[in-house]
Design a protein around this ligand. Structure first.
Ligand code: PMV
Length: 395
C-alpha cells in the first residue's frame, strides 16, 4: 500500500488546529461587485464575532511533502476540494516564503459545532479557521489581520470578519484588486458585553445559497442598489456611534431595521427570495411585543440568509429575553417555564398583548446561548487535533 493510501507520512508533518466563531452581521453584506474570485462587496458591513465556547468551527491542517494532493474532510466526510477552497489555498501558497513548506500537500479536517449552511454563518467560521490554520502551517508572510482577511474573503465574503473579535467592519474598498477590501476591529469584545440567543428554527440547508441569492438581487433589485449606494454607510456610522455609547435602545433598533431592510431586498429580488418563514415572523412579533411591554428596547433580532434568529440583549435583560423566547418557542433544550417572579414579566399578560399562544413544542429545534467573543484561537497540541497523528487521517 502506498504511503498516500495508508495516510501515514514519513517526512515531517506540520500541523495546527484553529477554532473560530461565526459572526452575525448587524449591517448586512449583500451583493458582489466583481464576477471573479475576489468576493468584493457592493457595500461595507458590520458584525459581531460570536464567542467560540459553544458555537464554532474547528479545523486541523497538516502539511507534508508526503501528501501527494490536497484533501479535505468536512463534518466527518471527505469532500472534493471545491473552487473556493482551492482559491484560498492558492492565495496562501503564493504568500508562503518557506520553499520546503510551499511544496507540501495539505490535509484539512473541519467540523462545525452547529448546523451547516442554515443561515448561521457556518461558512464564515469555516473559511476563517481554514485561512488561519493554513497560513500558520505554511508560515505565510501576510499582514495580520489585514491581508489575511482579504484571503479569507475569497472563501466566503463574510469570513473576513471572523478573523477579529468584537465589533468588526468589512470595508468595501474601491480598488479593483481588492487589497483595500479588508476587515478591521472597531471595538474589542470587552467594550460592551452583549449576549445572543440563537433560535434555530430550521437546521435544514437553505434553498438559495447566499452567493446565488445575492447575484440575483444585484441583477434585479432596485431597492438593493439604493440600499448599497445611499443607506448602508449612514447606518454603519450610526451603529458604531450607538455601540461606542453603549446605547442599546438605539443600537437594537438599528440592528432590527437593517435585518428587515435586507429581507426586504430579498423580497424585491425577482424572482423573490424568502429566507424568513412563519416561525421567524413570530419571533419578530414576540421581540417587538416584549419591547413594547417593557417600554423600551431590551431585545433586538437579526436574521441572515436563513430562518434562524439571533436575538441580542444586554446581560441584565438576558434572563428575561431567554425566558420569553423559551415560553413562546419551546425547543428541545428549553429551560423550565418561568413566571413573573423570577423574570419580572407575566407571560399571560404578554400572551394577551401579543394575542399569541406558545408555539408547539419542537417547532424550534434548539436554542444556543452565546455572546460577543474574540477572534480565532490556534492550538498545536495533539489532544485538540481532529487528525490522528500517526495516520494523519481524521480521528
Ligand atoms: O459570506 P456569505 O457569502 O455567506 O454571505 C453572507 C450574507 C449574510 O450573512 C446574509 C450577511 C452578512 O453580512 O453576513
Amino acid at each position: 500500500m502506498s504511503k498516500e493510501k495508508s495516510g501515514a507520512a514519513q517526512s515531517v508533518v506540520h500541523s495546527l488546529t484553529v477554532q473560530a466563531g461565526p459572526n452575525i452581521a448587524v449591517a448586512k453584506y449583500w451583493g458582489k461587485r466583481d464576477a471573479g474570485p475576489l468576493n468584493l462587496p457592493i457595500n461595507s458591513s458590520l458584525s459581531f464575532t460570536l464567542d467560540h465556547s459553544d458555537i464554532h468551527a474547528t479545523t486541523t491542517v497538516a502539511a507534508s511533502t508526503d501528501f501527494a494532493k490536497d484533501r479535505i474532510w468536512l463534518n466527518g466526510r471527505e469532500e472534493p476540494v471545491v473552487k473556493r477552497v482551492a482559491t484560498v489555498l492558492r492565495e496562501l501558497r503564493k504568500r508562503c516564503t518557506d520553499p520546503a513548506r510551499k511544496k507540501c500537500g495539505l490535509r484539512i479536517v473541519s467540523r462545525n459545532s452547529f448546523p451547516t449552511a442554515a443561515g448561521m454563518a457556518s461558512s464564515a467560521a469555516g473559511y476563517c479557521a481554514l485561512t488561519v490554520a493554513v497560513a500558520g502551517v505554511l508560515r505565510v508572510a501576510a499582514s495580520y489581520p489585514g491581508e489575511l482577511t482579504a484571503v479569507a474573503r475569497m472563501g466566503s465574503g463574510s469570513a473576513c470578519r471572523s478573523l477579529l473579535g468584537g465589533l468588526v467592519q468589512w470595508h468595501k474598498g474601491v480598488k479593483a484588486d481588492g487589497t483595500d477590501s479588508i476587515a478591521t476591529q472597531i471595538q474589542p469584545a470587552g467594550h460592551w458585553p452583549i449576549n445572543m440567543t440563537v433560535v434555530v428554527v430550521s437546521a435544514e440547508k437553505k434553498l438559495v445559497s447566499s452567493s446565488s441569492g445575492m447575484q440575483t438581487s444585484v441583477r434585479t433589485s432596485d431597492l438593493l442598489a439604493h440600499r448599497a449606494g445611499a443607506l448602508v454607510d449612514g447606518r454603519i456610522a450610526a451603529l458604531k456611534a450607538a455601540h461606542a455609547a453603549k446605547d442599546f435602545a438605539r443600537f437594537g433598533e438599528l440592528v432590527m431595521r437593517d435585518s428587515n431592510q435586507f429581507h426586504a431586498t430579498c423580497l424585491d429580488t425577482y424572482p423573490p427570495i424568502f429566507y424568513l418563514n412563519d416561525v421567524s415572523r413570530c419571533i419578530i412579533r414576540v421581540v417587538h411585543g416584549l419591547n413594547a411591554h417593557v417600554g423600551r428596547v431590551v431585545a433586538a433580532y437579526t436574521f441572515d440568509a436563513g430562518s434562524n434568529a439571533f436575538v441580542f440583549s444586554e446581560p441584565q435583560h438576558t434572563a428575561l429575553v431567554n425566558a420569553v423566547i423559551a415560553h413562546f418557542f419551546p425547543g428541545e433544550n428549553s429551560p423550565k417555564k418561568r413566571t413573573r417572579l423570577d423574570v419580572g414579566v407575566c407571560m399571560a399578560e404578554l400572551e394577551a398583548r401579543l394575542k399569541m399562544k406558545p408555539l408547539a413544542a419542537g417547532t424550534v429545534t434548539r436554542l444556543y446561548h452565546s455572546k460577543v467573543g474574540g477572534g480565532p484561537r490556534s492550538y498545536s497540541t495533539a489532544e485538540l487535533s481532529l487528525m490522528d497523528t500517526d495516520t494523519w487521517l481524521p480521528k
